[in-house]
Each structure stands twice: as structure tokens, then as C-alpha cells.
Design a protein around this ligand. Structure first.
Ligand code: HDE
Length: 707
């Protein structure tokens, strides 16, 4: 006979709950705050619950009763917790902040947020990958979404951009094919979050318009170090419209204050294993510790004359306007200073829509943008399940609003009063305003109704080449290596050859290098080009990440490897130099509890060596004590820590006693270069930190054969 016991279940976390006090949320729900009484658990209907650990049964071992309304409600709700993930950009992470306008832009736009210097507009920004599902890894080679929602006084304005200024296709009708091709193959359902497979490259090799974007995606732009070090782009040409209804074309650029930085592919692969949430954790940690990431909004402004004279069509989303030709003008800054309270409520339920524009911002005829303007509204109904998705706080405007839309699933508010229509003779409700309302720019359009691509969109290779020749030698090698890696995963040789035939139109050396690495028996002929690829476009220095390095270590992280007996003074100097540089650090030790330093003080560790590989850090410092070396040399993770840091061209600061570890990790005395710095004294420790601003020691790259 079973004993009748009443399990109270796990009490994990109850101590903190007991210490908490309650406040009432907007919806009447109780939240806990410090030092108060525990609230009584209730059902969603508000009924107090007596036992949340045991379902209602007949006898201790008996059948469970259908009558248990609390159990049924709890399970019913759990069963319905998932909503469809985004078809694309499913994996994302977001933060709150604000946009601050530098000076009035009334000459160009009547948009309210740009009228007053210093005006702050609340913002919510979601970064994402495109191809993987919600649970995929952060460091996939992929485009990153950079979606900004600005809660302006004239309604929400969403700039739903990417970290790459061009796109794969020129017409929205091709989007489902592109996405089907890049996502997991439909029969086997893999690979996840990877473009390295037949379907993707089959589609790409049959879609020459994607070649410019392919160059970007094969570059290190597609493996950013962190969201904080990424640029953002609106991609399409938009319009600004002023109060005289004059239009200026505009392209939106977000420039990260901390500069650009990416990781290398070998590192990305390892980060995905060591910390699949690397980008999430980075943003969370930065904002929670008060290091608020910041971007400057810069505008490329141009008129019809410039558009007519520019060598490519400004409506073609596979083209950029080089920054050297049309320098982007700084107009304000975006600061992210608060993480969402709840991931699902905010990050998951946020609904970005390209069609959300306030008066003073308008669309161009970019065929991709026009198609997106349909898609984003449509997708929200599917995902959020009701036309009332604007009632969800993260999507609701923060300015006064008034309309007669009513009812539907989950209606949180309906118009109050008798009149739910207009015009009405009761003087109730709102009326439209010709002065304040959104009036589309009155562009004159004409033409035959046809399914056509403009001839001005026909050059698919010239800017791909321009991007490639704008990269440093090292960056070019990374592009070649990425193409080789991706195509090596393609099983059908004809697809590999077709891609090489396109590369011949971009850069012959690149094509030959890829062909050679793939072991192509015969060089294919260059792909037929609709218009001859141009060789005369000047390199655009703005396109290189390395050439636009920040030259400072601010916002970056040093990994400090310590053992018992490590030099306490050096450690202290390193920490204070990093604080001064506004950089951070983590202590990595053989045991996570920490180590006893040379002066007897206890140094707490953030990671044990196995959990803190050097790929998680921008640079490393090796401070092991001589006595601990014998044990450390046995640790394969310690050897990997050093070997990877060296191969990934990172700066390595080391004390003399670390030399055996360096040697055992494959870095012999003769390999030590200007990126390997002895930090034997407090002075040298300080200058080591000062020298970290270059981020990587790229001159090492040819020797370690990274790419
Ligand atoms: Fe998107 N895209 N997209 N896209 N897109 C979506 O909307 C779509 C495109 C971008 O963090 C979806 O709410 C079409 C370009 C971002 O929530 C969907 C086309 C650019 C995000 C959709 C494009 C983007 C999305 C899926 C081809 C850069 C994530 C869920 C014409 C300028 C926003 C959703 C977030 C999301 C459609 C091409 C950026 C299906 C039809 C080009 C950053 O509506």
C-alpha cells in the first residue's frame, strides 16, 4: 500500500520569492518586489489555488479527475504557449532605447521626430539572423536583421533593415524561392541555419542578380562579433518629404559608435559550440552593466538629378551608392539602454512593418520594398493571430490614437460611446485631417501594365567586383575561403562550376582560387552577363571592416587565464587598465570557484578553462604561476585556449612562466610576434592593454594559414 504523502515539489527560488513584496501591474496582475509577502497563487480567472503540486485524484494512486479545473487550465495554457515563429528572422534579440535628433531637418522632412534638436523618440530594436529557426545558433554565416521601431508622436515608424546594404533579389516575387532555397532542405530537414548546401547554391547560381549580396554574405560581415559592432542599413531608397511636399531621396545608415568588428570563420564555428547565445549574452551583459550600445543615424540624401546621373538604378536593391560618392550625413543617435522585461511579450511579439511610416517619410518604387509593404502586415496576422496585434503593448503607438476599428480576437479596447463609425452626427470620435494626415508623395506614374524587369537593373557583377576589390588582402582571402567552404558542401559538381562561372565575372583571381581549392578539373567559361561587367569602378574604402577598425578596445573583452599563485599585482594592473579603456574581462581558471593569487587573496573565476575557450574573448592574457604549469600543460582545453587565440590572430599577453604553455600549444619561441606581448611589469601590462585597440594582429594571418 502506497504511503499518502503530499509532495510540496521543488522549492527552488522560493527564498527569493518569500523576500519579495508585490506591486500591481497594468493588467491587475501581481508582481513581486523586495521584502514583502508572497502572494497567493491564482488561476487565470483569479481563483486562489490550494495545491499546485498534485492534481486532483481519487485516492493517492487513483485516476485524475476531469473536474480539476486548475490542472486543466494550467495544461491548456501550456499546450498553447507557442506561436508560429517568424518565417524568416526567427532568431532574434532586442532592446529598448531612444533615438535622439541632432538638429532640425525640416528642410528635408516634415516628420515630427526630426523637427527639434535634442528630441528623444522611444525605440525598440530587434537584431536577428535570417535562415535559422528560433533555437538556432548566433554565429551562423548569415545576414543580420537590424529592425528599428521608433514610437514617434505621429505613429510608429519601422526601419526594418539589415546589416548588409544590398539584397539577394530585385523583385519581391522571388522572395519565397530564395527563402525556401536557403532554409533546410524539405525532404531531410537539414542543414539548419546554414547556406552551405545544394539548394541554396543551386538557386544562387541560377540568380545572377544575387552576386553582389553573395560577396557580402561570404565576407566577415556575415559573422559579426556582436550586434554592437554591426552597421545597419535601410537598404532601399526611401523618400523624405517636407512641408512644401518636396521630396528628397534617402538611404538610411546606422553606424556603430564602437566601430565594426567581426570574428573569423574558424572562430565562429567554435563559438557556436561554446556559447550558442554569444550575441544575446553580449547585448544583455553590455546593457545590464550600463555600457549602452550606440549607433549614429546617417542619411545619404539625393535628388532626382543625382538619381538620373548615378551609374546604377537607385530603385535596384542590389546596388549601393558608395559613401565616397555620397557621404552619409549624421542626423542623430540611437542608444539602447534597457533590456525587455520579458522575451516573449516584447522580442517575440514585436511586429515590424515596412509600411509603418509617419508623415514626412515615404516609399520609393523599389519593387522589393513595394512587395514588403504587403508582406509584413500579412505575416503579423498569421503569427500573432488577430488583427488586434497593435493592442499588444510593444506594438501599440505611444502617441494619442483614435480610430473605429473594433472587435476581433483579443480586443483589448474598443471605441467608447455610441458612434463606432464616421461621419456621425453625435460629434463623437475622431475625424481625418488633411493638414496632419499622411499624404503620399504625389509622384506621377505611367506605363504599360507588364511583368518586366527594368533594363537599368541588368548589371549584376560590377558592384560585386567593387565590393571585393574594396576589401583588404586578408578580407579577400576570407571571402575566397568562405566560398570554398560553402561550395565544398555542395554535392552536385555542376552547381559548383556554375558558381565559379559567375565568380569569373566578379574577379578572375578569386574565381581561380576557389576553383583550385575545390579541385575543379576544368575552368568553366564566364557566365553570360546581361551587360558587360565593369572593371572601372573605384574601390570604396568604406566597405572594408578592417580598414574601418575602431583602434580602441572599448566595449571589448579580455580573457585572463589564471592559476593558483598568479601575480596579484599584474592582475590588478590589467583590470584597472581595462576599466580605463572602458573594456571588460573574464577570469578563466582551472576551477570555477577561482584561485588563490600570489598575495593570498582569492580571485573568483568567471569560467573554468573547459567552459571559457579563447574564442569567447577579443584578446587573452596568460598569467599562470610557474608552480601550476605542470598541471596546466596536461589540460587540452588550456592548450586549445592558447592555440586558438594565436591562430585567430588575437593579441596574447603573457608572463614568462606561460612560455611552456605557449610552446606546448604550438607557439614556439620563434613564432612569438608583435601580437605576443610580455607583461612582466605593471608598465608592460598597461601598454599591452593600450595596444589592444587594433583588435587583431592580421600580419600573423599568412603564417597561421587561417584562410
Ligand atoms: Fe523581410 N520579412 N522580407 N527583409 N525582414 C520579415 O516579417 C519580406 C527583406 C527583415 O525583427 C517577415 O514580421 C519580403 C529585406 C527583418 O521582427 C516577413 C521580402 C530586408 C525582419 C518578411 C523581404 C528585410 C524581416 C517575417 C522581399 C532588409 C525581421 C516576420 C521583398 C532591408 C523583423 C515578419 C523582426 C522579417 C518579408 C526582404 C529585413 C515574412 C517579402 C530586403 C530585419 O514579412
Amino acid at each position: 500500500m502506497a504511503k499518502t504523502t503530499k509532495s510540496t515539489g521543488s522549492s527552488a527560488g522560493t527564498a527569493t520569492i518569500h523576500d519579495q513584496k508585490l506591486t500591481r501591474g497594468a493588467g491587475g496582475e501581481l508582481h513581486q518586489t523586495a521584502a514583502g509577502k508572497t502572494p497567493v497563487l491564482t488561476t487565470a480567472q483569479g481563483g486562489p489555488v490550494s495545491d499546485d503540486q498534485n492534481s486532483l485524484k481519487i485516492g493517492p494512486r487513483g485516476p485524475t479527475l476531469l473536474e480539476d479545473f486548475h490542472f486543466r487550465e494550467k495544461i491548456f495554457h501550456f499546450d498553447h504557449e507557442r506561436i508560429p515563429e517568424r518565417v524568416v528572422h526567427a532568431r532574434g534579440y532586442a532592446a529598448h532605447g531612444y533615438f535622439e535628433n541632432y538638429k532640425p531637418l525640416s528642410k528635408y522632412t516634415k516628420a515630427d521626430l526630426f523637427q527639434r534638436a535634442g528630441e528623444k523618440t522611444p525605440a525598440f530594436v530587434r537584431f536577428s539572423t535570417v535562415a535559422g529557426s528560433k533555437g538556432s545558433v548566433d554565429l551562423a554565416r548569415d545576414v543580420r536583421g537590424f529592425a528599428v521601431k521608433l514610437y514617434t508622436q505621429e505613429g510608429n515608424w519601422d526601419i526594418v533593415g539589415n546589416n548588409i546594404p544590398v539584397f539577394f533579389i530585385q523583385d519581391a516575387i522571388k522572395f519565397p524561392d530564395l527563402i525556401h532555397a536557403v532554409k533546410e532542405e524539405p525532404d531531410c530537414a537539414f542543414p539548419q541555419a546554414q547556406s552551405a548546401h545544394d539548394n541554396f547554391w543551386d538557386f544562387i547560381s541560377l540568380t545572377p542578380e544575387s552576386m553582389h549580396m553573395v560577396m557580402w554574405v561570404m565576407s566577415d560581415r556575415a559573422i559579426p562579433r556582436s550586434f554592437r559592432f554591426m552597421e545597419g542599413f535601410g537598404v532601399h531608397t526611401f523618400r523624405l518629404v517636407n512641408s512644401k511636399n518636396e521630396s528628397t531621396f534617402v538611404k538610411f545608415h546606422w553606424k556603430p559608435k564602437l566601430g565594426l568588428q567581426s570574428v573569423v570563420w574558424n572562430e565562429a564555428v567554435k563559438i557556436n559550440g561554446a556559447d550558442p547565445d554569444f550575441h544575446r549574452r553580449d547585448l544583455w551583459t553590455a546593457i545590464k552593466s550600463g555600457n549602452f550600445p550606440e549607433w549614429e543615424l546617417r542619411l545619404q540624401l539625393f535628388d532626382q538629378k543625382f538619381a538620373d546621373e548615378f551609374e546604377f538604378d537607385v530603385l535596384d536593391p542590389t546596388k549601393i551608392i558608395p559613401e565616397e560618392l555620397l557621404p552619409p550625413v549624421p542626423v542623430g543617435r540611437l542608444v539602447l539602454d534597457r533590456m525587455p522585461d520579458n522575451f516573449f511579450s516584447e522580442t517575440e511579439q514585436v511586429a515590424f512593418m515596412t509600411q509603418n511610416v509617419p508623415p514626412g517619410i515615404d516609399f520609393s518604387n523599389d519593387p522589393l520594398l513595394q512587395g514588403r509593404n504587403f508582406s509584413y502586415l500579412d505575416t503579423q496576422l498569421k503569427r500573432l493571430g488577430s488583427p488586434n496585434f497593435t493592442h499588444i503593448p510593444i506594438n501599440a503607438p505611444k502617441c494619442p490614437f483614435a480610430h473605429f476599428q473594433q472587435d476581433g480576437h483579443m480586443a483589448m479596447r474598443n471605441p467608447v460611446g455610441r458612434a463606432n463609425y464616421q461621419p456621425n452626427s453625435f460629434g463623437e470620435g475622431a475625424r481625418e485631417s488633411t493638414q496632419r494626415g499622411f499624404t503620399p508623395f504625389a509622384d506621377v506614374e505611367q506605363g504599360a501594365k507588364r511583368r518586366l524587369r527594368a533594363e537599368s537593373f541588368a548589371d549584376h557583377y560590377s558592384q560585386a567586383r567593387q565590393f571585393f576589390i574594396s576589401q583588404t588582402m586578408g578580407e579577400q582571402a576570407h571571402v575566397a575561403a568562405a566560398l570554398t567552404f560553402e561550395l565544398s558542401k555542395v554535392k552536385i559538381p555542376a552547381i559548383r562550376e556554375r558558381m565559379v562561372s559567375h565568380l569569373l565575372n566578379v574577379d578572375e583571381t578569386l574565381a581561380k582560387k576557389v576553383a583550385d581549392k575545390l579541385g575543379l578539373q576544368k575552368m568553366p567559361k564566364p557566365a553570360d552577363a546581361a551587360v558587360p561587367p565593369r572593371q572601372d569602378l573605384d574601390p570604396s574604402p568604406a566597405l572594408s571592416i578592417v580598414d574601418n577598425g575602431p583602434e580602441r578596445f572599448e566595449g571589448r573583452k579580455l580573457g585572463i587565464l589564471v592559476t593558483d599563485g598568479c601575480d596579484a599585482g599584474l592582475l590588478k594592473t590589467l583590470k584597472s587598465a581595462l576599466d580605463k579603456a572602458s573594456a571588460t574581462y573574464e577570469i578563466i581558471a582551472p576551477k570555477v570557484a577561482g584561485v588563490e593569487a600570489s598575495d593570498g587573496s582569492w580571485v573568483e573565476a568567471d569560467q573554468m578553462i573547459d567552459g571559457g575557450p579563447s574564442v569567447l574573448y577579443d584578446a587573452v592574457a596568460l598569467l599562470p604561476a610557474k608552480d601550476a604549469m605542470e598541471d596546466l600543460l596536461q589540460e587540452s582545453c588550456a592548450r586549445d585556449f592558447v592555440a586558438d587565440a594565436f591562430t585567430h590572430c588575437k593579441f596574447i599577453g603573457y608572463v614568462e612562466s606561460a612560455l611552456p604553455l605557449l610552446a606546448k600549444s604550438g607557439v614556439a619561441a620563434g613564432d612569438l610576434d608583435e601580437g605576443c606581448i610580455v607583461i612582466g611589469s605593471t608598465k608592460s601590462a598597461r601598454s599591452f592593454v593600450d595596444g589592444l585597440g587594433k583588435l587583431r594582429i592580421w600580419s600573423r594571418e599568412p603564417r597561421v594559414k587561417l584562410a
